[in-house]
Design a binder for this molecule. Structure first.
Ligand code: KG4
Ligand code: ZN
Length: 338
């Protein structure tokens, strides 16, 4: 039996969880700083760091209590080492390292996007390797060929805004509060299709990279040219959402063809989007494959995915030394295999 405490603090969510390799997820706690940052229209890094400091100890205590765990039951500690906001990362890294040191247990710094990538493994029906992963979050959009844990080839990524960032910026233009992605999706649900057509960026030439910053400009121009009534706004939101979903679907199809893989994993905050999920599910059915994604609460940032990813690496004997490190930029394909 191996049990790992996982800590996530890379952005504006403090998440702590306990994962057991035989019994699965034993507990998970999450505190979202959304209200704190809402007045500023986005995450304020210094406020984020301070709020993680305020919440981390009570959340660790709660996660251990909920899992009915004592110190003796914990094999090791996993914390998010990067990528993310450096101050926020350091809070989780200090906590993880300090606990491991005082408990005399091993600790490992986890790559945040590896956490997202492996989050579907927290569910009952898990994908078999190899698979294609579409990682779409607030900070990253990537297509990754996954042959095993740590065996990652990044096939394509965004050359400018990430998919979630495009949602958030467009939502802001439409006067929706931060975080705009889910709010824009809610507005789009009331929209009627066919009134506007946004471009599908970089789909007419070969390649697997994305570019989403042009959609935001297109949205700004459309909003300025049209009236401000609720139905028009909903129609514009829908047209934007359709363009993002369509673009991601086209690139997934292309990457599946290129790799020959039959399984698709979608993860990261934007994978909570219901239109994206159903579009990709439909596509995979037509291709004779299958799509896997985490439950809604594990699409966005959480401690469970960090505990899971950390456990896999600790199990393989990988640990980090005593240095407390936060790595703001960290290419996914530099990770060692397990
Ligand atoms: O993975 P995540 O929680 O944090 C990062 O690692 O960035 O992703 C957050 C992003 C935000 O941009 C948020 O607007 C977006 O995911 N998001 C959504 C939805 N839920 C969250 N975007 C579109 N539709 C949603 N339902
Ligand atoms: Zn994330």
């Amino acid at each position: 039996m191996m049990r790992v405490l996982g800590i996530e603090t890379s952005c504006d969510e403090t998440g702590v969880a306990v994962y057991d390799d035989e019994q699965g997820l034993l507990s998970h706690t999450l505190y979202s700083q959304v209200k704190l940052h809402a007045d500023y229209g986005g995450v304020v890094p210094e406020l984020a760091s301070r709020d993680h400091v305020r919440k981390i100890v009570p959340l660790v205590k709660q996660a251990l209590a909920d899992a009915n765990c004592t110190l003796d039951d914990i094999y090791g500690v996993a914390y998010t080492k990067g990528p993310g906001l450096v101050g926020a990362l350091l809070v989780g890294a200090c906590m993880g390292r300090a606990l491991a040191y005082s408990w005399d247990k091993p600790a490992i710094g986890v790559h945040h996007m590896e956490g997202h990538l492996l989050a579907p493994m927290l569910e009952d029906d898990v994908p078999a390797f190899p698979f294609l992963a579409l990682l779409v979050s607030g900070g990253h959009s990537m297509l990754v060929a996954v042959e095993g844990i740590g065996k990652y080839e990044v096939l394509g990524e965004s050359v400018d805004d990430a998919a979630g960032e495009a949602f958030d910026k467009t939502a802001k233009l439409m006067g929706l509060d931060y975080p705009g992605g889910p709010r824009l999706a809610k507005l789009a649900a009331k929209g009627e299709s066919g009134h506007y057509r946004f471009p599908r960026p970089m789909t007419d030439k070969p390649g697997l990279n994305f570019s989403f910053s042009g959609l935001k400009t297109f949205a700004a121009n459309t909003i300025a040219a049209e009236s401000d009534d609720e139905q028009t706004r909903a129609n514009i939101a829908l047209a934007f959402e359709e363009a993002v979903v369509d673009t991601l679907s086209i690139k997934c199809r292309r990457a599946l063809k290129q790799t020959g893989y039959k399984n698709l994993v979608i993860a990261g905050g934007v994978s909570a989007n219901t239109r994206l999920r159903s579009s990709l599910a439909e596509m995979m059915t037509s291709l004779g494959g299958k799509v896997y994604y985490p439950r809604g609460e594990f699409c966005t940032d959480n401690g469970a995915m960090i505990a899971y990813a950390g456990l896999q690496r600790l199990k393989a004997g990988q640990t980090d030394d005593l240095g407390v490190k936060g790595i703001p930029r960290w290419p996914l394909d530099t990770l060692p295999p397990v």
